[in-house]
Design a protein around this ligand. Structure first.
Ligand code: BES
Ligand code: ZN
Length: 615
């Protein structure tokens, strides 16, 4: 049975995309900070797939639709019942005479609760003087800011006119077309944008804030609040170089600009691959450039994900697994093949943690999902990333190494450019490309790779040079009798490790069956200056280890770190492990409740689930 049998359509969407599809959206928005809404209209250009279609079904959530027209004629519309986090259907009845391609204009206003948006008060920004608003539409939040076919199966171009306070900058996930114009008699300016490459709805993005930029190269600007922009521009100074490497791997960059936006600390992700403007967490700006891998990752999505898309989120691994693969190819070009392998080892650590902690392995640890009735975000974790990467690396090794696989990577990106594919499409093209190696491909246990639970069936034999240096130090710490701890202070070790190796050091300590004693943790803290560590990846692992070892004195630090920033990768595991430990549980729950409104909607919802505050 083909994988496609799982679902023909997108189980997250109400849209009747088999009958009619959106080709273009023309957006008109007024950004209202007082009401916390986007008000205006969208003109959807639709194309009939079947001639007899008599209605358009769109996705909406918490949207107030006031009027729908076709050619000036008012159309009837009806909103369906709310289905969990999926929202509602919006069914528009079409007149009999609509041509093959036609426009409908929908007037509407978003809700102040729109899941896609976060509205920050001036106090919540670095500058403290102006409010800030940004969006996050992936996975299924676009429907809270625009009636649309909210499925990655449908790709459309868009144009937009956005009116906002003249003191603020507006950026969208497209290119700006002309300088903003003041609107006479108001305090507003009108900004115009266009995205000429077709995109799925989840890549629509907007930011409205007091921000400025520094230029890295003719196509790369780094945007942030003025206070943070210099540091950010330094941290991501290699973006252009990474972009060029990505082009060597995947083919020409087709999106024109590649800008970066550093968001306020509540941004829930490391990065988000919004076209023409990647969104990045400020927790990556740590002063050592070691988190440039996040940029390599988002750059890679320009091909894997944004160009070669997915039919629905059941095949999300094609986005993220492929992107991890291309990201690590870029890392190889920057720092060498050993580094690429080391980065994969760090990824496997995360995968092990996810698999070990999984409460619902049957939906959380398989690569290809059945998402009927399941919100894609409820099963979001490292599995599509790292199991996906492991499969691709395994295939590379099996098929003859980078020399044989590199041409396939480029060809895959070109072959499926602009399309929305499934796991079966990927597999079929792999067989087509490597037709002469059919026997080798037939030896792959596809069933287990795609649908098996837990760790991948094969773990590649990665180069361990860089991780072994960490293993030696980890063993020293674990094996050392308590009475002799002081001998570890003088031995060389931690400070000679690179920041990435420091991550590995704490990963290994955390993944070991042996739990390190609190006495040893106290020494680690003191000798390695862990109270002041700036690298957030290291800090997170350190605090996770302290909680795992049940060191009570560190609960406060863990809570502080989980509440001053909102990156889910850090926040969720810390809250979860505090919840699992009775001595920390109440304090963690209380802290979360006190800070709940400062997180993005999705972070708050998922942490609330983790803390059993909601079902
Ligand atoms: N597209 C994702 C972020 C995302 C995934 C948002 C699912 C909403 C739903 C982005 O490209 C990503 O993977 N970010 C990672 C970066 C890391 C793997 C380098 C992150 O946020 O940690
Ligand atoms: Zn990604």
């Amino acid at each position: 049975m083909g994988i496609d049998a799982l679902s023909k359509n997108d189980p997250s969407s109400f849209s009747n995309t088999e009958d009619v599809v959106v080709r273009h959206a023309h957006i008109s928005w007024l950004v209202d900070f007082k009401k916390q809404t986007l008000a205006g209209s969208v003109r959807l250009t639709l194309e009939k797939v079947i001639d007899t279609v008599n209605k358009v079904v769109l996705d909406i959530k918490d949207i107030d639709v006031t009027k729908v027209t076709f050619d000036g004629e008012i159309l009837e519309f009806v909103k369906g019942p709310t289905v969990g986090t999926f929202g509602e259907s919006l069914t528009i009845t079409l007149p009999v005479n609509v041509p093959k391609t036609f426009n409908v204009i929908i007037q509407y206003e978003s809700s102040s609760k729109a899941y896609a948006l976060q509205w920050l008060s001036p106090e919540q920004t670095a500058g403290k003087t102006h409010p800030y608003m940004f969006s996050q539409c992936q996975s299924i939040h676009c429907r809270t800011i625009m009636p649309c076919q909210d499925t990655p199966d449908v790709k459309f171009t868009y144009s937009a006119e956005v009116d906002a306070d003249a003191k603020l900058t507006v950026l969208l996930s497209g290119v700006s077309t002309g300088t903003p114009e003041a609107l006479p008699g108001t305090t507003l300016r009108r900004h115009k944008f266009e995205q000429r490459v077709t995109i799925p709805s989840y890549l629509l993005a907007i930011v409205v804030a007091k921000i400025s930029f520094r230029t890295i190269s003719p196509r790369v600007n780094v945007w942030a609040e003025e206070q943070n922009v210099e540091a950010a521009a330094w941290e991501f100074g290699q973006a252009e170089e990474q972009l060029k490497f990505a082009e060597e791997i995947c083919g020409p960059y087709e999106w024109g600009r590649y800008d970066l936006l550093i968001l306020p600390p509540s941004f829930g992700y490391g990065g988000m691959e919004n076209p023409c403007i990647t969104f990045v967490t400020p927790t990556c700006v740590v002063g050592d450039r070691t988190q440039a891998d996040v940029i390599a990752h988002e750059i890679s999505h320009s091909w894997t994900g944004n160009s070669v898309g997915i039919k629905n989120f059941e095949h999300f691994w094609l986005n993220e697994g492929w992107t991890m693969f291309v990201q690590r190819k870029i890392e190889s070009k920057l720092f060498g093949e050993k580094h690429r392998h080391f980065s994969a080892i760090l990824g496997l650590n995360e995968l092990r943690n996810t698999v070990n902690d999984s409460k619902h392995p049957e939906i959380e640890t398989n690569l290809v999902k059945n998402l009927v009735g399941i919100d894609p975000e409820d099963v979001f974790n490292t599995v599509p990333y790292e199991k996906g990467h492991t499969l691709l690396f395994y295939l590379e090794t099996l098929l003859g190494g980078p020399e044989a696989f590199d041409p396939f990577v480029k060809s895959y990106c070109q072959h499926f450019k602009g399309r929305a594919i499934t796991t079966d499409d990927f597999k079929a093209y792999l067989y087509e490309f490597f037709a002469s190696k059919k026997d080798v491909l037939d030896s792959v246990d596809w069933q287990t790779w795609f649908f098996g639970l837990g760790m991948p069936p094969v773990i590649p034999d990665y180069d361990k040079t860089l991780s072994e240096q960490c293993t030696i130090l980890v063993q020293k710490w674990l094996k050392c009798p308590e009475a002799e701890i002081d001998t570890l202070n003088s031995s060389p070790g931690y400070k000679d490790l690179s920041p990435l190796q420091q991550r590995e050091f704490f990963d290994q300590l955390g993944l070991s069956d042996e739990i390190i004693s609190i006495k040893k943790l106290e020494k680690l803290d003191e000798w390695y200056n862990l109270k002041t560590v700036r690298n957030t990846e290291v800090k997170f692992r350190w605090l996770r280890l302290c909680i795992k070892a049940q060191w009570e004195a560190k609960i406060g630090d863990a809570i502080e770190f989980a509440t001053i920033q909102g990156r889910m990768k850090f926040v969720r595991p810390l809250f979860r492990s505090m919840y699992a430990w009775p001595a920390a549980r109440d304090r963690a729950v209380e802290a979360f409740k006190a800070h709940r409104d400062e997180y993005m909607y999705i972070t708050a919802r998922l942490v609330a689930l983790d803390l059993h505050l909601e079902t």
